[in-house]
Write a protein that binds this ligand. Structure first.
Ligand code: WQD
Length: 343
């Protein structure tokens, strides 16, 4: 089955392309490369043995999406294409609503027109804000989002829920990702943050590689065991494989309309300092870091109750955080070799 992967040149999208192919699906990438790099396709070619089919197009164009879905005989879609910088989303709300929600609306409407029913939506644990209870389950009441980015994920889920509830022929799953880390073990693809990384692990690997002088730990006065924030760090390949299991479930689901939401995490909370110590142990590199002020908007602790996805889809995380950090470090070192190797 041909699967449309919007944002398929991005971090999670590219790793999911690998997992799709390994599961016997044919991924077709649509990516405007506004927040990803063409060289990701070269990395995919090294892993897959061929360059996946791709369209350098924007998902907000109905005519483009209709043509691709028809020309490629698409049987299902995974929608990753979205801007994801929490801080930027507060400065550019219209850009985020237009891109993140506009592209979803175009995709769903085009799929309905073309009779394509299987859709996986890239949501995020950010919809939970600071949960009242931990580990957090999918039944948790969602607070008003603390960011425009998070709001685009909450609204995106509602769009799919309401479209399915209206009896439209769409079978959709929203996957709420916790904190993806690491890279494909080949180190041919990985996380490519643009500019200064927002996220912890790429900032750590760049600091260890000497790209950044030091890491600032955003606060150690939280009500947690060591005072630093707890997160659920999940290996990117586990996350990619969760998309494959979700897609298989939908293709085997005979109902005409379906919607559900699943957490995708390990179920374990890990603190920033614990992660730093694990990285130092895995890489053998002492990390230069200091304790700084809290980052506004950070939740003290967020980690998944991941039992629903296991009970209903049979998926659970199988890789450790150590493996994720080792793969992230290998990717960082490979990038450095490639960037320093004269063409
Ligand atoms: C993790 C922890 C920071 C950087 C974000 C988005 C979420 C999702 C994943 C898209 C926090 C601390 C970080 C640094 C630090 N993205 N930290 N120094 O904030 O949990 O989630 O990325 O879907 O939507 O909100 O991830 O990696 O930014 O932070 O101390 O330089 O690391 O305070 O406790 P976060 P993160």
């Amino acid at each position: 089955m041909n699967i449309l992967v919007t944002g398929g040149a991005g971090y999670i999208g590219s790793h999911t392309v690998v997992a799709l192919f390994e599961a016997g699906f044919n991924p077709v990438i649509v990516d405007d490369f506004s927040n990803s790099e063409l060289r990701v396709l070269d990395g995919l070619e090294k892993i897959l043995g061929f360059k996946p089919r791709y369209y350098a197009q924007n998902c907000n164009d109905p005519a483009v999406m209709r043509r691709i879905i028809r020309d490629e005989s698409i049987g299902g879609a995974i929608h990753f294409a979205a801007f994801k910088a929490v801080g930027e989303s507060m400065l550019e709300p219209l850009k985020y609503y237009q891109n993140n929600l506009g592209s979803l609306l175009v995709l769903v409407q085009t799929m309905l027109e073309c009779g394509v029913t299987n859709l996986i939506f890239s949501s995020s644990a950010t919809v939970y804000g600071q949960p009242d209870e931990l580990p957090v389950t999918e039944n948790a009441l969602l607070p008003p989002s603390m960011s425009v980015y998070g709001n685009t994920k909450q609204i995106g889920e509602e769009i799919l829920r309401d479209t399915s509830a209206a009896g439209k022929e769409i079978k959709a799953i929203s996957l709420r990702y916790f904190n993806p880390i690491g890279a494909h073990p080949s180190a041919h693809i990985g996380e490519l943050p643009t500019g200064i990384p927002n996220n912890l692990v790429p900032f750590i690997t760049q600091t260890a590689a000497g790209v950044r002088p030091s890491l600032t730990v955003f606060g150690n006065d939280y009500n947690t065991p060591d005072g630093t924030c707890l997160r659920d760090y999940i290996h990117i390949m586990d996350l990619a494989e969760a998309h494959v299991e979700s897609l298989k479930f939908l293709t085997e689901n005979s109902s005409s309309s379906f919607y559900d939401v699943f957490n995708v995490g390990t179920g374990q909370g890990c603190s920033v300092l614990e992660l730093i110590r694990t990285f130092e142990d895995v890489s053998g590199m002492p990390l230069n870091y200091r304790i700084g002020d809290r980052r506004p908007g950070d939740a003290a602790a967020v980690y998944a109750d991941a039992t629903k996805i296991y009970n209903q889809l049979g998926w659970r995380a199988s890789r450790t955080m150590r493996e994720g950090l080792a793969d992230a470090w290998r990717w960082q070192q490979n990038m450095r070799i490639r960037d320093e190797t004269p063409v």
